[in-house]
Ligand binder design. Structure first.
Ligand SMILES: Nc1ncnc2c1ncn2[C@@H]1O[C@H](COP(=O)(O)OP(=O)(O)OP(=O)(O)O)[C@@H](O)[C@H]1O
Ligand SMILES: O=C(O)c1ccc[n+]([C@@H]2O[C@H](COP(=O)([O-])O)[C@@H](O)[C@H]2O)c1
Length: 200
């Protein structure tokens, strides 16, 4: 298989939103990547709250990327039990696809915490980070600066937290998430949504 430039995009995606999609598209274009692989975590390494079951987050991602031929979803982390450490994931992909070049996309809020990631030196030997501005957080510690490529994007102040809150408050989330994700949330009663079954 000829070598490709792959942007790995790990996240909780609870739910996926247009902030995620915009970042993925911009990284693809600006960094001249061939594909983006979205990787939903099984259990987030640094978040303590309960997350929506993996199968539902995976299904939302599959629906979100359906029309974009260069976007893929990987269930590599969902298939592993325990916390989803990035080092295990990038080792798995580097071994499985030795001719590919891997990048790992992260929001600005995560860049500053790279020093706390499990086995960060191994990760840095296998991927280059693509860091995207988010609410003014952008700086990597000097130790990792030359391994993080910065992408200056239109900033979208969306978060999954905000979307979950809006659903809970019965506020619309249209134009914040892909329509198919919105439908999945409403039909499945996710995040406390009151299902709007159209019967009279
Ligand atoms: N609007 C955004 N701008 C820049 N980066 C983002 C944005 N939303 C998410 N990201 C980044 O995408 C990755 C996955 O994010 P995640 O799935 O945890 O979404 P989130 O919106 O941060 O979720 P939550 O609000 O539940 O913490 C992380 O690296 C995060 O920093
Ligand atoms: O491996 C780690 O130590 C580590 C620590 C914090 C975050 N990550 C990864 O960063 C990605 C975004 O995380 P999150 O919590 O914002 O969804 C996701 O793929 C996590 O597995 C990884």
């Amino acid at each position: 298989m000829p070598g490709k430039k792959i942007g790995l995009f790990g996240g909780t995606f609870d739910p996926p939103h247009f902030g995620h999609m915009l970042i993925a598209q911009e990284a693809l274009h600006e960094c001249k990547l061939d594909e983006i692989w979205f990787i939903p975590v099984s259990t987030p390494p640094h978040k303590e709250r309960d997350v929506t079951p993996g199968y539902a987050r995976l299904e939302m991602l599959v629906r979100a990327i359906e029309d974009e031929p260069k976007f893929y979803v990987s269930d590599a982390e969902l298939k592993r039990s325990g916390r989803s450490y990035t080092v295990d994931t990038v080792k798995h992909f580097a071994e499985t696809y030795p001719s590919h070049e891997f990048f790992f996309i992260i929001g600005g809020d995560m860049i500053a915490s790279l020093g706390e990631w499990k086995d960060i030196d191994t990760i840095l030997s296998l991927v280059t980070f693509i860091g995207v501005d988010r609410g003014g957080h952008t700086d990597a510690s000097p130790r990792y600066k030359d391994r993080v490529q910065h992408l200056d994007l239109i900033q979208v102040d969306f978060s999954s937290t905000k979307i979950r809150e809006r659903v809970q408050e019965s506020k619309p989330i249209r134009y914040m998430v892909p329509d198919k994700v919105d439908t999945y949330i409403q039909e499945g009663g996710l995040y406390g949504s009151k299902t709007s079954v159209r019967t009279r």
